[in-house]
Design a protein around this ligand. Structure first.
Ligand code: FAD
Length: 386
């Protein structure tokens, strides 16, 4: 086992730090106030090719793995920025790369890699199904050379900032197949051609995130935009979920490091009762505890990513990485809030913004309760709880 960063890792970290230095806290605070999308930040990452890092080189992408993509996201978050506006451009690609036809890959991947097309939206969640994704009721019915799709999705991020959207819909009634995940199919929807068949409504969130209710009525999708096999869509997206968990764990680790960097600096400099506040064990120990948790989560993240990149099973590791990292970053945020005292709540220090942002990672893309249920059932052999 080699725990030292390799040359590639250091190069990636330095390059991302350089890009993010152009988007300091003031940039994010302004967007937070206006509620606008960080278009310039996303354009910079796109221009430099960071968002196509997971697209194979033969289609114009970076041809790197989830390990490297995680380092990119970690550094973005460590800088105080937020990759929520564009991280799906990385992990949505997996479904197309692994299950798309050669024709689909040639049609879309080079244009995405060149920054001409955005595949930023992934529509799974529905209001009546929630975490129980196999219960979704959005329906796709075959009509000649098309599928006609009707239904409703919720919390679909970046749909208004995307040209293409992956969508999971039911092509066979629930309960007909051998398992409950059968009968769901994956489609690549060209949002530019959807016209009035798709209506979106932004959901105001506790931080500047662009997520939407999506109402789908009579959407006609060419049959050639079905990804993989009809009825197997759920299984096709599950392996992509492991990549997503590794990547979002990396974001949480980046958030955690942001909190610790800032709070340690503040703890050294802010003097009260004649000594730096960080000398007090009540301030120092929660930070040190969170540091240990972040380091442990980071090891699990690298293990999960290495397994994923080697094509090996990594469900437990990817889930544990996401669980541990989201808990660690929340702990680090809490410790930082404490270290900053009143300034932790003041907008200009960015701690309160990051604290609100990092909370999401306990809940999405999968809630930590569901992660624990997965581990209990699959790793410990305990009875299924849902
Ligand atoms: C900002 C944001 C962005 C999102 N972006 C996307 C997106 O782009 N695409 C997309 O498809 N979805 C997206 N989601 C949806 C996200 O994946 C879900 O919110 C998440 O999976 C939880 O589902 P839910 O909100 O329906 O909670 P519910 O399923 O209603 O669960 C509510 C609570 O009950 C708990 N719970 C439920 N069942 C069990 C059980 N059996 N055992 C123990 N606890 C249980 C859950 O852990 C949770 O705490 C996003 C959500 C947010 C908040």
């Amino acid at each position: 086992m080699n725990f030292s960063p390799n040359a590639d890792e250091s190069l990636i970290r330095d390059a991302i730090r350089d890009v993010c230095a152009e988007f300091p806290g003031a940039y994010w605070r302004e967007l937070e106030a206006s509620g606008e999308y960080p278009a310039d930040f996303v354009a910079a990452l796109t221009r430099l090719g960071w968002l196509s890092i997971l697209i194979p080189q033969e289609y114009g992408g970076g041809g790197l793995g989830v390990t490297e993509a995680g380092i990119v996201l970690e550094e973005i978050h460590r800088s105080g920025a937020n990759a929520n506006a564009c991280h799906a451009q990385m992990y949505t690609m997996g479904a197309l790369v692994r299950h798309g036809s050669e024709e689909q890959k040639r049609r879309y991947l080079p244009a995405i890699a060149a920054g001409e097309l955005r595949l930023q939206a992934f529509a799974v969640t529905e209001p009546d199904a929630g975490s129980d994704s196999t219960k979704i009721s959005t329906v796709a019915e075959r009509d000649g050379g098309h599928y006609v799709i009707n239904g409703q999705k919720v919390f679909i991020s970046r749909v208004a900032q995307s040209d293409l959207m992956l969508l999971l819909a039911r092509t066979a009634p629930a309960g007909q197949g051998a398992s409950r995940s059968e009968g769901l199919s994956l489609f690549l929807v060209d949002l530019r051609e959807a016209g009035g068949a798709i209506e979106t409504r932004r959901i105001p969130m506790m931080f500047n995130h662009h997520t939407y209710q999506v109402f789908i009525s009579g959407l006609r999708v060419p049959a050639e935009n079905l990804i993989g096999t009809e009825g197997s869509g759920f299984r096709q997206i599950i392996d992509g979920w492991n990549a997503e968990r590794c990547l979002l764990a990396s974001e949480a680790i980046g958030d955690g490091r942001f909190f610790l960097d800032r709070a340690s600096e503040y703890g050294r400099e802010r003097v009260v009762f004649g000594r730096p506040v960080g000398a007090n064990q009540g301030v120092q120990f929660p930070l040190a505890q969170a540091y240990a948790q972040i380091e442990a989560a980071s090891l699990m993240r690298f293990k999960a990513a290495a397994l994923f990149d080697a094509g090996q099973r990594c469900g437990a590791e990817a889930n544990m990485a996401k669980l541990l990292a989201s808990q660690a970053s929340f702990q680090a945020g809490n410790a930082a809030m404490l270290a900053f005292g009143g300034n932790g709540l003041a907008v200009e220090y960015d701690i309160e913004r990051k604290f609100r942002e990092t909370k999401l990672l306990e809940i999405a893309p999968v809630s930590n309760n569901l992660v624990l249920a997965f581990l209990g059932q699959h790793e410990l052999g305990l009875p299924r709880s849902y």
